[in-house]
Design a protein around this ligand. Structure first.
Ligand code: SF4
Ligand code: SF4
Ligand code: FES
Length: 520
């Protein structure tokens, strides 16, 4: 438990965490100190002077809040006439050459400069000379577009490439009105986290080529979720919008703060996985190439189950804990073999020492917790004599080549119950579409054994069933997500004392022992 200190803000006593600067400590109890260059992940640079406050202890009249730590009994002034005048002066300085771009700027609606102008400034421009013109829409590389005229030179982007990615592609050159952010000649932005500069930029000077001009920020619904791009499980916002007469469309993923998992950031590849949620989706059920209804498909599947001599159920390492548990129970009911074989989801050597992991699946750790065997040898042994292979979200084409799959298919019928069109869905005789993670609720355990929850974000015009419901229609015991959680808590020793229905936003850290001991 962090130590607390009592101090006075505008004469009012507040209790805050010690060891923090005034912006973070006072901000945590709901009192905002305006700031532009400070960011908790990048530290205090002290260059914008927007955060100046008064301290009644004999210090110089005003100090930057980003560089001043809280102390017991401190008397902080945020609203004197002098401070208000300085805030107006700083805003006027920032806006001297700033273009009046708001109507066409992607940042409008989530721009600090725009917000602060309305909140702390509001005066008309006194400029009578033409503004200094700088370069616009510069392609910085890695999908980042820079507008030098909008830049307020807070250096957050520069510090990100120096302190976080340590690639240092960005710098500020020249002085005074001519100072500008740029890349070095022949060295564009090229790190795997470059798009974080778009989130970090407090104004519209850094924009994403992918998102530019697609949607206004105020139309977007921001839903909390988890990235499924690798086993890190970065916390994200799914920004989506359903326009009149249109479907619910995802426009972007953005990182969501979780100090235990991803901090403030996410990788660019994971950010782009939103496209998979919009495109290449399975929408219609099919039996031998003919479109069928849910009932007809379930009937065909039930027939296949009863006629098969040996059935293998193949679950994806991207399925949620609840989905895996439901499929495991189905497997026990029908006495089938269950496998989690998915070697193709692992891209050895691709991970780094920051966020990106080799394993491009979100929930492989749950295999250990539930005792689901995923080795290649066990899968090959399971296929011996099998005439039915039912995949739940697992694209086996990522793990086996076409020749091997063709050989298996000579003797084994393929069924695919999943959300995306992929190599395996193309080979399957029966296809049953189910909701993807952005349309469903579920629990994941990341590579660091942190249990996290994602919730339903997108509601499509035509909603397909969720995977647990389909498993139930096929004869599975678990009826829904709630029932899966109750059963998991009751039957999996490591989860006995965990309230799975109320997982805190930062997740729950399981120990490695808990995760691997179970195999219930
Ligand atoms: S581009 Fe944005 S983040 Fe970078 S210095 Fe300019 S205003 Fe700051
Ligand atoms: S590091 Fe992994 S989980 Fe995080 S954003 Fe990238 S792909 Fe997604
Ligand atoms: S936030 Fe303190 S000087 Fe910029």
């Amino acid at each position: 438990m962090a130590e607390k200190v009592k101090l006075f803000v505008n004469g009012q006593e507040v209790e805050v965490e010690s060891g923090k600067n005034l912006i973070d400590a006072i901000g945590a109890v709901g009192i905002e100190i305006p700031h532009l260059c400070y960011h908790p992940a990048l530290g205090a640079d002290g260059n914008c002077r927007m955060c100046l406050v008064g301290i009644e202890d004999g210090r110089p009249p005003l100090v930057p809040a980003c560089k001043t730590n809280v102390a017991e009994g401190m008397k902080v002034q945020l609203d004197t006439e002098k401070i208000k005048k300085i805030q107006r002066d700083i805003m006027e300085l920032e806006l001297i050459n700033h273009p009046i771009d708001c109507p066409i700027c992607d940042q409008a609606g989530e721009c600090k400069l725009q917000d602060y102008y309305m909140q702390y400034d509001g005066q008309k421009s006194r400029m009578t000379v033409p503004p200094v013109l700088k370069a616009k829409h510069m392609d910085f590389g890695a999908g980042v577009v820079h507008d030098q005229e909008r830049c307020i030179l807070c250096a957050r982007c520069v510090r990100f490439t120096r302190l976080i990615t340590k690639t240092g592609e960005l710098g500020i050159v020249n002085r005074t009105d001519y100072a500008r952010v740029t890349t070095f000649p022949g060295r564009p932005l090229s790190n795997r986290y470059a798009l974080n500069v778009v989130d970090l930029c407090p104004v519209g000077a850094m924009t994403s080529k992918d998102f530019r001009f697609k949607q206004r920020a105020w139309f977007l619904t921001k839903s909390e979720s988890l990235c499924h791009g690798c086993s890190k499980g970065c916390n994200i916002y799914i920004d989506h919008n359903k326009e009149k007469y249109q479907d619910d469309i995802i426009y972007r993923f953005r990182p969501r703060l979780n100090q235990q998992v991803n901090g403030y950031f996410m990788c660019d590849a994971g950010r782009m996985t939103y496209k998979l949620e919009n495109d290449n989706r399975l929408n219609t059920a099919q039996v031998f190439g003919k479109e069928t209804s849910l009932n007809e498909t379930v009937e065909a599947l039930r027939r296949s189950f009863s006629q098969a001599k040996k059935t293998v159920l193949l679950v994806s390492p991207n399925c949620s804990l609840e989905q895996m548990h439901a499929v495991k129970k189905l497997s026990a009911t029908f006495n089938t073999v269950l496998s989690g074989y998915s070697d193709g989801y692992i891209n050895a050597g691709d991970g780094d020492d920051f966020l990106i992991h080799d394993d491009k699946s979100a929930n492989r750790t749950a295999f250990a917790l539930l005792g689901i065997e995923s080795s290649k040898s066990a899968f090959e042994a399971a296929l011996d004599g099998a005439d039915l292979l039912v995949s739940f979200q697992n694209d086996l084409c990522r793990s086996l080549d076409d020749v091997t799959l063709a050989k298996i298919q000579e003797k084994t019928k393929f069924v695919y119950i999943g959300s995306y069109q992929n190599g395996f869905s193309e080979k399957a005789s029966i296809i049953l579409p189910v909701a993807s993670y952005s349309e469903d609720i579920g629990t994941l355990i990341n590579a660091d054994n942190i249990l996290q929850r994602y919730v339903k974000a997108v509601i499509k015009n035509v909603q397909v069933s969720n995977l647990i419901h389909v498993v139930n229609l096929l004869g599975g015991e678990i009826k829904n997500h709630e029932e899966a959680l109750t059963d998991l808590s009751a039957t999996i020793a490591a989860l006995n004392n965990i309230d799975l229905k109320h997982i805190p936003s930062e997740g729950i850290a399981l120990t490695g022992k808990e995760v691997s001991n179970v195999a219930a």
